[in-house]
Design a protein around this ligand. Structure first.
Ligand SMILES: Nc1ncnc2c1ncn2[C@@H]1O[C@H](COP(=O)(O)OP(=O)(O)OP(=O)(O)O)[C@@H](O)[C@H]1O
Ligand SMILES: Cc1ncc(CO)c(N)n1
Length: 231
C-alpha cells in the first residue's frame, strides 16, 4: 500500500487534549490512517469540566470540509461535537455516501451540554439516516429518542477500572472509523475498536494527569518507544 487511507474528523477541540480533535487525530495516527480535521468549535476544557464553548461559524466549517473533500477524498468520515443543527445538516448533505461514523456528542463526561435539543433533532432527521454506524452512549441514545436500526451501537463502559476515561467515546468512534477505512466489515471493526479502547484504558489506568477525570491514552502503548532500540 503506497498511501494510507484518509479519514476526516469533524469535531470540536478540547484544550486538555483528551477528547474531540486531539483524541481523534492521535487515534488515527496510532492506527495508521492519515487524519484530516474540520474544527466545529473551540472548547476551553480540562479534566474537571468545560469552561467555555466557542462555535466556529458555519461558513468556516463548510470551507474546511470542502477543502478536505475536494483535495484528499477521504474514504471515511467521523463526526464528534457538531455544535449546531446547521452543521449537522451540512455534514449530512456533504458526507452521505462515504463511510460515515457518527458519534452524536451531546453531553460531556462531566455533564456539560455540548449539543442542544435542536442538534439532537437534526441528528435524528438528517444525519442518522445516512450514517454507516452511530455510537451514542446511553444518555445520547435517550436524547436522540431511542433510534432503532442495526447501525446504532449504544456504547457502555467496560471492565477496566480507571478514573482516566475522558475522551473514551471519541477514541472509540475514531478507532471504529479507522478500522472501517482499513477494510474491516462493521462487526470486525466494532470488535477491534472495543479491544483498542480497552487496551488504551489499561495503559493510562495509573496516570495522575489533572485533578479530575484524566485522559485515556491515545497513541501511547505500554512499551516505551526506546525499548529494544540500541543506544
Ligand atoms: N472501563 C472500560 N473498560 C473497557 N472498555 C471501556 C471502558 N469504558 C469504555 N470502554 C469502551 O469504550 C466505548 C465507549 O465508552 P463510553 O460509552 O463510556 O464513551 P462515552 O460516554 O461516549 O465517553 P466520552 O463522552 O467521555 O467521550 C465502550 O463502548 C467500550 O467499548
Ligand atoms: C470537544 C469535545 N468533544 C467531545 C467530547 C465528549 O467527550 C468532549 N468532552 N469534548
Amino acid at each position: 500500500m503506497v498511501n494510507p487511507p484518509v479519514v476526516v474528523t469533524i469535531a470540536g477541540s478540547d484544550s486538555g487534549g483528551a477528547a474531540g480533535i486531539a483524541a481523534d487525530l492521535t487515534t488515527f495516527a496510532a492506527l495508521g490512517v492519515h487524519g484530516a480535521c474540520v474544527v466545529t468549535a473551540v472548547t476551553a476544557q480540562d479534566t474537571t469540566g468545560v469552561r467555555a464553548v466557542h462555535p466556529v461559524p458555519l461558513e468556516v466549517v463548510a470551507a474546511q470540509l470542502d477543502a478536505v473533500l475536494e483535495d484528499l477524498d477521504p474514504i471515511a468520515v467521523k463526526t464528534g461535537m457538531l455544535a449546531g443543527p446547521d452543521v449537522v445538516r451540512l455534514v449530512a448533505r456533504r458526507c452521505a455516501g462515504r463511510i460515515l461514523v457518527v458519534d452524536p456528542v451531546l453531553v460531556a463526561t462531566s455533564g456539560a451540554v455540548l449539543g442542544s435539543a435542536a442538534v439532537a433533532a437534526a441528528y435524528r432527521e438528517h444525519l442518522l439516516p445516512v450514517a454507516t454506524v452511530a455510537t451514542p452512549n446511553e444518555d445520547e441514545f435517550e436524547a436522540l429518542g431511542r433510534p432503532s436500526g442495526a447501525n446504532v451501537l449504544v456504547t457502555r463502559g467496560g471492565d477496566i477500572e480507571t478514573d482516566n476515561d475522558h475522551g473514551t467515546g471519541c477514541t472509540h468512534s475514531s478507532a471504529l472509523a479507522s478500522y472501517l477505512a482499513l477494510g474491516d466489515d462493521l462487526a470486525t471493526a466494532a470488535a477491534r475498536a472495543d479491544a483498542f479502547v480497552a487496551r488504551q484504558l489499561h495503559v493510562s489506568r495509573n496516570w495522575t494527569l489533572g485533578r479530575g477525570r484524566g485522559p485515556v491514552a491515545h497513541v501511547h502503548t505500554s512499551v516505551p518507544p526506546t525499548q529494544g532500540v540500541p543506544a
